[in-house]
Design a protein around this ligand. Structure first.
Ligand code: AZC
Length: 829
């Protein structure tokens, strides 16, 4: 431009015409540009999907600008960074979330409408990024949103699976799994970084070498695989800060076994090379049992090794030695899955940086923090020593050394208590020798977090008792939270508008404490009326969806009673179904005059069963069998419907949760570490019918038991009840409904036999029988409350008003302060 006299950088910025603009016309230009040049369709003819792609690229361009500035800013300020290591992230859709966080939804909608497209229709085109199983993985996604929004200098690291969580299809009531090849139609939200790649080694042998007069270990790998970075920008809300989720994909390594090419079998060698990609191919679809799988161990090490190389490279760009490492780096272990990273960091510091044991160990113990998400013993990972030795021979040596040092330390503290020492050892002796990954994580982390207060108590008293006695200060908890951006603003726009109207501000989207002010209006008939209207809109959407998916027409006057989550015995979907059978049985046996008093219900169940979990799959089939009977029974009509929503995932949740009146969180007390579904329902003003498990106790504190329907044994009552279980007869109603299933009332008599056996007297581990009576009472209380519209509306408003404590913003602030020691690092606006 004439008269230009700035620096080269300024000149370039000027040539770019500054930052992209967000007015509808600029957006239109960008969309058309991407239609033509990125999607390569004619601007005169493109369909909804192509418009979605072009829109996404336009939004992504804006994310990239912010991403660059954020990274530049972090680089300049060099704050302590948090690295969030997780094998699973359940991100769902990105478009709807990005336009909200960038504050450009309305502009996009306007731009599109002038081009003849509807924003909502385009947003529906996007498939879910389902790189995770359930609660743990969705929690990671919510926490990334909060980290970005609160301006924390954070990075997420994970695996870029080619196949996400399987798609559930239902044929004749049975679950079938179909691969989720989610990248089939491209993924506009990721940026492939071909120049960011690291070699990851496996197998081979370890030998000793003399380096600078000292003996050093050298690992000669048997296989090398390349990890290539794919970056996924995560925008904050109401800030320009945009952080990164870096996912690794496995590619054959250039240096891979060159020798073998000289053998002449060219084609076969290429095929073998290609096998490297298997590592990041597929997500394990059961997050509770994966003992002893070689591929699983390789996945874990692969993503951890690449991440640490990346983190250390970034650190070394600025720092000449490792003294500052603990002041600049916090490494968060999301469950035990990334825990091999403690050993990998030790290996790097010892064998590559030659720091010496004491110094290396001192660093490792200052940087790692560990959060566990379960109490189920089968989810505490163990890896057979043989497997470890073959895949990661040097790491096994280091684990033995860590364990030796730990045992020595222990001996000094507790004396020669060998029984206790063997319980705490990282190496489990026995017929098959195992590495106890949970023990490794506890020993090497400076803080161990539970995900609710109750969970933390269980960790102290049942799971890690010995460790708690040894290091009480290490044990903390951070009650989980979910992001109100996705779970209200994105998924429930009508409620979002209503809340902002009544609060006179939308500040609650960033500062959720504002929500409590809704309490003042909870009894206001005008708000109550508008609140019910919003619920009705959402119920209509859900009813339409149900009809499309299952062909069942449901009445909007009925109470929508929902249980959606992974299917597991401890979550007790079976209790729910038996409750529905009881309700059905009662209606069938009623006089016509009494039927008029029944509160109509639509019972909705959804969730995936792990493919190898037989009982869980039977529960799904039972749900369909019972639904078939009930939904076709003219005696019952609209008084009761049962529907199963197939392929439950994040985007289905966004539809289901806002449309629910009541939601069930009915795990056997002491089994749900926290539960986060309950928090999403709470935010959307759905009443909870729940057991006092996980975070429920904290929800009770916040909104009062009188605004919920709580039932069932308490955590500390469960062990005794289990012991008595075989001697106490289960209630008569329970025996009756189980008998109906057993006798083949719903068909498939033989198929359901083992399911019924699993809850028979003496075998009812999850205490369905023992909790059944109080469950029915809670359901009755919900019926009574539902009839009183004013009361119900007030309770519903109080749920939303009390949900602020369960925002992931609160959780993340707590982690930042008490666990990670990080500070916000905000881009100037
Ligand atoms: C889940 C817990 O089951 C759930 O209670 C918790 O709310 C959630 O994590 C987030 O902390 N756990 C998992 O999804 N998976 C494992 C392996 O625990």
């Amino acid at each position: 431009k004439a008269g230009f006299s700035g620096t080269k950088n300024e000149r370039m910025f000027e040539l770019m015409d500054g930052f992209l603009k967000n007015d509808p016309v600029s957006l239109q230009k960008d969309i058309l540009h991407h239609v033509e040049y990125t999607v390569a369709r004619s601007r005169f003819s493109f369909d909804d999907f192509e418009a979605y792609q072009a829109l996404s690229h336009s939004v992504r361009d804006r994310l990239i600008e912010r991403w660059h500035d954020t990274q530049q800013h972090f680089k300049k300020k060099d704050p302590k960074r948090l690295y969030f290591l997780s094998l699973e992230f359940l991100m769902g859709r990105s478009l709807s979330n990005s336009v909200i966080n960038l504050g450009i939804k309305d502009q996009c909608a306007e731009a599109l409408s002038q081009l003849g497209f509807e924003y909502e229709v385009l947003a529906e085109q996007e498939g879910d990024a389902a790189l995770g199983n359930g609660g743990l993985a969705r929690l990671s996604a919510c926490q990334m949103d909060s980290l970005a929004t609160l301006d924390f200098p954070a990075w997420g690291y994970g695996l870029r699976y080619q196949y996400g969580l399987f798609r559930q299809i239902i044929i004749d009531g049975f679950q079938h799994e179909q691969p989720d090849y989610w990248l089939n139609f491209g993924n506009p939200w990721e940026i492939e970084r071909v120049h960011v790649s690291y070699p990851v080694k496996f197998y081979g042998t370890v030998k000793e070498e003399i380096v600078n007069g000292k003996t050093s270990k050298v690992w000669i790998p048997g296989e090398t695989v390349e990890a290539v970075a794919y970056d996924n920008p995560i925008p904050g809300y109401g800030t320009r800060n945009t952080i990164n989720l870096r996912l690794w994909a496995a590619k054959p390594s250039e240096g891979h076994d060159i020798e073998s090419y000289n053998t002449g079998d060219y084609i076969n060698n290429i095929v073998n090379r290609q096998k490297a990609e298997i590592i990041s191919n597929v997500l394990y679809p059961d997050d509770r049992s994966y003992q002893g799988k070689e591929l699983r161990l390789k996945q874990q090490y692969f993503f951890v090794s690449a991440s640490l190389q990346d983190i250390i490279r970034r650190f070394k760009d600025v720092h000449g030695n490792f003294d500052e490492f603990p002041n600049k780096v916090a490494l968060q272990l999301n469950d035990t899955h990334p825990s091999i990273s403690v050993v990998e960091l030790m290996r790097i510091l010892l064998d590559e940086e030659h720091l010496g044991w004491k110094k290396a160990w001192n660093i490792v113990r200052q940087v790692f923090t560990f959060t566990t998400h379960t109490v189920l013993p089968q989810a505490l990972e163990k890896v057979p020593v043989d497997l470890f030795e073959s895949v990661l021979p040097r790491h096994l040596e280091i684990i033995y050394d860590i364990n030796f040092a730990f045992m020595e330390e222990l001996k000094k503290k507790i004396g020669q208590d060998y029984v206790r020492m063997s319980r705490m050892s990282i190496v489990e002796e026995g017929a098959v020798k195992n590495i106890r990954v949970a023990n490794l994580s506890v020993v090497c982390s400076h803080t161990v977090n539970g995900v609710s207060r109750a969970h933390s108590e269980l960790l102290k008293t049942r799971v890690f008792t010995d460790f708690y006695e040894l290091w009480p200060a290490k044990f903390q908890y951070k009650t989980n939270g979910v992001t109100q951006r996705r779970w209200i603003v994105v998924s429930n726009p009508s409620l979002c508008a209503l809340i902002s109207k009544w609060l006179g501000t939308d500040s609650w989207i960033r500062n959720v404490d504002y929500l409590t002010r809704l309490k003042e209006h909870a009894s206001n008939p005008d708000l109550q009326h508008e609140w019910r209207m919003v619920k009705k809109i959402n119920k209509m959407r859900l009813a339409e969806y149900i009809e499309t998916m299952s062909g069942v027409k449901v009445s909007l006057d009925a109470m929508f009673d929902v249980q959606v989550k992974r299917i597991h015995e401890y979550k007790r979907q079976l209790l729910n179904i038996l409750g529905v059978i009881h309700r059905y049985d009662c209606i069938k046996n009623m006089e016509e005059s009494d039927r008029r008093k029944v509160v109509p219900r639509v019972c909705i169940i959804g969730g995936k069963a792990p493919p190898g979990y037989e009982i869980a799959k039977k529960i799904i089939k039972l749900c369909h069998a019972v639904a078939e009977t009930i939904n076709n029974d003219e005696d019952v009509g609209d008084l009761l419907k049962l529907v199963f929503i197939p392929d439950y995932n994040v985007s289905v949740a966004e539809l289901v949760i806002p449309g629910s009146d009541l939601s069930q969180h009915i795990s056997t007390a002491g089994h749900e570490a926290s539960g986060t579904g309950s928090m999403k329902f709470l935010m959307n003003g759905c009443l909870l019918l729940a057991t006092p498990d996980g975070s429920t106790n904290e929800i009770i504190e916040e909104i009062g038991a009188e605004n919920m329907f709580i039932f069932g044994a308490k955590i500390n009552e469960v062990p005794a009840l289990r012991e008595q279980e075989s001697t106490v007869k289960s209630p008569i109603q329970f025996a009756r409904v189980v008998r109906m299933v057993k006798d083949g009332y719903f068909g498939y008599k033989d198929y359901f036999k083992s399911l019924c056996d699993s809850i028979e007297n003496g075998k009812d581990f999850y205490l369905l029988g023992s909790d059944f009576t109080s469950y029915l009472e809670a359901q009755e209380a919900a019926d009574v409350a539902y009839v009183d519209k004013e009361k119900w509306s007030k309770m519903s408003i109080l749920c939303t008003a009390g949900s602020g404590r369960f925002s992931s913003d609160r959780t993340i602030e707590d982690y930042a302060e008490k666990t990670w020691g990080i500070q916000p690092c905000k881009l100037p606006s």
